[in-house]
Ligand binder design. Structure first.
Ligand code: SF4
Length: 363
């Protein structure tokens, strides 16, 4: 039986889109399209989308891995909280990411109480059953932040706090444009984030940089179609926000989630690993919720410094300057079993994804 999913993996439709892409990209010009989503990277790599594209059309992943982009000083802060005797909870991918004081997993091995949770709600339930301070190290983009906001708005127990390292995607896209270190001819906008912020969430990117954008879903044909739509915009001299994922993304996004985010958080300038500080790209807990804000409740010294491991080019991977396999350590000194840099640690890191599917060099 032909399923809904099969419709987005149909080879005849893929061939038609490929013919359209070849027509739109004919000529000598090189096109460089950037996406900012680990799930898009997974689809692109798993289905060999890059190998299907003309050689003058490149698709690179930018700062779309929520764990890889958390800067070392935030991780050190969470480790210091655990060293003070508090319970620190976080998501599994965060545990092995290296920082100045090692990783959260190292802290756990040293006997500190660091625990993996599947949702922030599990951390709240943990706090309800103990008198210890429970601090949730909250990471993730606009997709995850509403669940953090929801728990704070619901009134958690007094011994529960959040240490917010939430980051926002559109400011990172603007930072890439601003830095000018990589050519960006178009953005494939992330499907999950877009369900929250909608088409309107990318308005500032469009207004400031006149760059074509297409919101895309996660099936191979979604990604191929988004490439074709970006090339068509370029050909027609347009720079618009188009939505090829209408089955999930509304123009206005998810108003209730956005309202909750605004109620609990305010934007702040925030550091990103491999990129630096990006204006208004982080989410800080508002004063009204200060009694559950670990950054306000606990005094922490995070004096440890961290340099990216020698040879690791994660910063260039996160800025869409190189593909993972262009790093000299890829699949040599750095593997998913023995990761050197954060992009090989997280399941949403492009180095991990390339290694997982056995990609060496597709070009
Ligand atoms: Fe860093 Fe490893 Fe990726 Fe190289 S392959 S950039 S060392 S994470």
């Amino acid at each position: 039986m032909f399923s809904f999913v099969d419709a987005f993996r149909d080879s005849d439709t893929a061939k038609k889109i490929m013919r359209l892409i070849q027509k739109l990209a004919s000529g000598d010009r090189r096109y460089r399209i950037v996406h900012v989503c680990g799930t898009h990277e997974d689809t692109i790599t798993k289905y060999g989308v890059r190998s299907m594209l003309p050689t003058n059309v490149e698709v690179l992943m930018g700062p779309g891995c929520p764990v890889c982009t958390v800067p070392p000083n935030r991780i050190d802060y969470a480790i210091r909280l655990a060293e003070q005797g508090h319970t620190v909870t976080t998501y599994g991918d965060m545990m092995r990411v290296p920082a100045g004081l090692g990783s959260l997993q190292d802290a756990k091995a040293r006997g500190h109480d660091v625990r993996i949770v599947y949702s922030i709600h599990d951390a709240v339930k943990m706090a309800q059953k103990t008198t210890r301070q429970v601090i949730h190290f909250a990471v993730g983009f606009e997709t995850t932040a509403p669940t953090t906001a929801s728990e704070l708005a619901a009134g958690p127990p007094p011994n529960f706090s959040v240490y917010s390292a939430h980051l926002l995607i559109p400011p990172a896209m603007m930072a890439l444009m601003e830095m000018g270190v990589t050519q960006v001819d178009g953005f494939i906008d992330p499907g999950h984030v877009s369900t929250i912020i909608g088409e309107q969430g990318y308005r500032e990117v469009a207004d400031k940089y006149s760059v074509p954008q297409v919101i895309a879903g996660f099936e191979p044909l979604d990604v191929l179609m988004s490439v074709a739509m970006i090339l068509r915009q370029i050909k027609e001299g347009r720079a618009e926000i188009e939505n090829s994922y209408r089955r999930a993304v509304k123009p206005e996004g998810a108003p209730q989630a956005l309202k909750l985010l605004d109620q609990v958080f305010e934007p702040e300038d925030a550091p990103w690993r491999g990129i630096g500080v990006i204006l208004r790209s982080g989410l800080k807990v508002r004063e009204e919720y200060a009694s559950h804000d670990a950054a306000k409740r606990f005094t922490v010294e995070t004096e440890a410094s961290y340099d990216m491991p020698r040879g690791c080019r994660c910063g260039d991977v996160l800025r869409a300057i190189i593909y993972p396999w262009e790093c000299p350590l890829f699949n040599e000194a750095c593997t998913p079993e023995n990761p050197v840099g954060p992009c090989m640690v997280s399941h949403e890191g492009s180095c991990y994804i390339s290694a997982r599917y056995g990609v060496e060099d597709l070009r």
